[in-house]
Design a protein around this ligand. Structure first.
Ligand code: V4E
Length: 245
């Protein structure tokens, strides 16, 4: 399992040139469609778990407990999520969260407990099949966000290790950049945070625009933030109140 550490920035017209100035190599361009799932009462996202299907591949982003960061700004500006990409593990983890929530007294799931247990244990191959939505129905999960992204990816090789930069353009009219490092679980989180801070500083040095959010302590909104604010205001308000976004 890996932990994704990333810092977002506003993607403006100048940024591609500046990436080239600091030696970034373009490693590809692709388009993908994301669908995000949660229960109707937002059990997963209110706990900061993000269940996604991207072009048939499932991923669960789980909040990662951070160690000591090099400085407070870095920790605030970067997000850290553990990524689970194995469908059986995702099904077990999501079932566990839903069972715990139900045990806490919130009766939000209508499926029989035995069915949820079958998903948790990956017991029923028919229910748990990757190309079927039965497991989503059993866990009462529905799609709450769906959008396409056009992504240009860059790689920067530095002495401390490689750093990836993605420039994303979502089909609902929002552009955002991400400086990203993947750390194996148990790996050095501070080193990853420092590498991201280093690349942000390099970009700021070359940028004439100050509106990217890289030169200040402002946290930049991700695609989901903007999507929910626009299309799911009730969900967005709940996440804001819970300090998830
Ligand atoms: C973790 C998270 C969400 C899931 C998607 O996050 P993100 O990394 O922004 O999407 P994307 O398309 O770049 O995924 P990748 O290709 O890297 O796998 S949606 C909301 N969150 C939480 C979150 C947060 N609290 N704050 C910020 C700045 N971003 C995300």
């Amino acid at each position: 399992m890996t932990v994704e550490v990333e810092r977002k920035f506003v993607c403006d017209a100048e940024i591609m040139e500046r990436l080239q100035d600091i030696g970034a190599k373009c490693i590809g361009q692709r388009q993908f469609r994301d669908q995000y799932f949660d229960s109707p009462d937002f059990i997963l996202t209110l706990k900061d778990f993000w269940l996604r299907c991207r072009e048939g591949l499932w991923e669960l982003k789980c909040p990662a407990v951070s160690g000591a960061a090099p400085d407070n700004d870095t920790e605030t500006l970067c997000t850290q999520y553990r990524e689970i990409t194995s469908l059986p593990l995702i099904q077990s983890e999501v079932s566990r969260i839903i069972r715990e929530h139900t045990a806490e007294g919130s009766e939000s799931n209508s499926s029989p407990r035995e069915q949820i247990d079958k998903v948790a244990e990956n017991e029923d191959t028919e229910i748990c099949s990757a190309d079927d939505t039965k497991w989503l129905n059993v866990l009462n999960l529905v799609c709450f966000a769906e959008f396409k992204t056009e992504r240009c990816s860059y790689m920067l090789e530095r002495e401390a290790g490689a750093v990836r930069v993605d420039l994303d353009q979502a089909d609902f009219g929002y552009c955002v950049g991400e400086i990203e490092v993947l750390v194996p679980e148990g790996g050095d989180m501070n080193a990853a945070l420092q590498r991201i801070t280093g690349i942000a500083a390099e970009l700021v040095f070359f940028l004439s625009s100050v509106s990217t959010g890289l030169s200040c302590e402002k946290k930049i909104k991700g695609k989901m933030d903007v999507y929910l604010q626009r299309y799911r205001p009730e969900h967005y308000a709940k996440l804001l109140s819970a300090h998830i976004l």
